[in-house]
Design a protein. Structure first.
Length: 469
């Protein structure tokens, strides 16, 4: 209970502070579409996030689409993960180690960062940790088939939420092979359960594989230094990474718990190496977010190390307090206004306020996609429940196109309907905002409109165009 409550309390601090990032705006856009539109979109893009979009569609229908409402499933998932970390630590290393691991998990900056993210990563962390817990229960009594069935179902959930997270099976497999030396039946049960779970995600695998090169083309192929750089990113704090890894290393002196050390060690270390090796082909999957499900294994080990290094609950409390103070600057950074949209730092909220302040009925808009590429949805989100602006050059919306992008008019001049005023929102801060607009659209605008006002904001520029006599 206490690790879960601590994680939830920290996650709720300024949960609505950072503006929505690009990925979160995709969640908002997809979640607001009808089920038919969502399923049609998934045939073209984002099939790997299909389960999450369907879940968020139902969640938003009940709880709304405020920043807090959309991020709440992630906060709850991380809180549940903290409880599972404590349960796994207690089972493997004892009650004090379990409590230490759960409380360490609550203090790690990456945990509260993605507990405040309207994406699937926190749910993936929960599913992977639950799978480990269910595997331990199945290994306790391998002849009870329903325990393996529960594990298989959890494996399927992992794959449906994020295919890359199935690399958690690499860590599980090593531990099972070691256990199979004592009881050969365990290996067969594990293989059947893992295969049954993986079989449930075959449709997502087929669609996701065909879309991977399009969605991840921008992820660079990692070099050898990538294996060193990922650990500070994995904890969102170099200092926290050093502390956790040091405590985990101290746990390795507990020689009587070799099976437990092997399970947690392989789960913590092996998946990033598998991702690194798999990222030297046509597509790179090497992002710290994709390996975040290994953080619970690190904290289970670190909890065991902290329990071994301290002699009383008072010394545990002191150690946790010191760590909490040390990572406080990183926790504050995680709650920065544009932390979810680094490196664009696009101020959608200020752009929406500018338009709302000077809006007149009949105004239209031009939103230029660039970096960030969900600029139109960002401004529209923060305009709620304000004015609806017709995008003059959009022939078919993204939802109607069953895509993340709209279809634009092939001849922009023919799509203008004599609007007296048009708001133009572009990425960056070019002195002439129309320089950022696609050439054929800019030509149509320059022929009929003059810029009468410009506001430069963080990452964005808002301009007002008025029709010339």
């Amino acid at each position: 209970m206490w690790p879960a409550l601590a994680t939830l309390a920290i996650a709720m601090l300024r949960i609505n502070g950072p503006e929505l990032g690009t990925d979160e705006l995709v969640t908002w856009d997809a979640g607001h579409r009808s089920m038919g539109r969502i399923l049609a979109m998934l045939h073209n893009v984002d099939a790997v996030h299909s389960t999450y979009y369907v879940l968020m569609h139902g969640w938003m229908a009940v709880f709304g689409d405020s920043e807090t409402a959309m991020r709440m499933p992630s906060a709850l998932a991380m809180s549940a993960t903290a409880a599972l970390v404590a349960l796994i630590g207690r089972r493997l290393f004892g009650p004090r180690a379990g409590m230490c691991g759960g409380m360490l998990f609550a203090l790690i900056p990456i945990v509260s960062r993605f507990a405040q993210e309207a994406r699937s990563y926190a749910l993936v962390v929960l599913a992977a940790t639950l799978a480990t817990f269910l595997l331990l229960r199945a290994l306790d009594m391998p002849r009870r088939w329903w325990r393996w069935a529960g594990y298989a179902l959890c494996v399927a959930v992992i794959g449906l939420l994020h295919l890359v997270a199935l690399t958690v099976l690499a860590g599980h497999c090593v531990a099972v092979v070691r256990r199979a030396r004592q009881e050969g039946r365990v290996l067969w049960c594990f293989c059947l359960a893992a295969l049954a779970g993986a079989a449930g995600v075959i449709p997502v695998v087929v669609l996701g594989t065909s879309q991977a090169s399009r969605q991840l083309f921008w992820v660079p192929e990692p070099d050898m230094w990538g294996l060193a750089d990922i650990w500070p990113e994995l904890f969102a704090s170099a200092l926290c990474a050093g502390v956790v890894i040091t405590l985990a290393a101290m746990a390795c002196t507990c020689t009587e718990r070799r099976d437990a050390l092997l399970l947690c060690g392989t789960m913590a270390v092996l998946p990033p190496f598998v991702l690194w090796a798999a990222s030297h082909g046509d597509v790179s999957y090497f992002r710290f977010q994709y390996a975040m499900f290994t953080v619970p294994a690190w904290t289970v080990l670190a909890g065991a190390g902290l329990a071994r290094a301290t002699r009383s609950w008072l010394s545990v409390a002191v150690a946790l307090t010191v760590l909490g103070l040390l990572v406080l600057p990183d926790q504050r950074r995680m709650r920065g206004e544009f932390e979810h949209d680094v490196p664009h730092n696009a101020d959608y909220k200020a752009a929406a306020r500018t338009i709302e302040k000077f809006y007149r009925p009949g105004d239209a808009a031009v939103f230029v996609k660039g970096a960030p590429w969900m600029l139109d949805q960002g401004v529209r989100y923060y305009l709620q429940p304000g004015p609806e602006l017709r995008e003059v050059f959009v022939a078919k919306s993204a939802a109607e196109n069953n895509e993340l992008f709209p279809v634009y008019c092939p001849v922009p001049a023919t799509c203008l309907r004599g609007e007296s005023r048009i708001w133009v929102v572009v990425p960056g801060n070019d002195p002439d905002p129309l320089n950022t607009v696609p050439a054929n659209q800019a030509e149509a605008l320059r022929a009929q409109y003059a810029t009468t006002g410009t506001v430069r904001l963080s990452g964005l520029t808002v301009a007002l165009l008025e029709r010339m006599p």
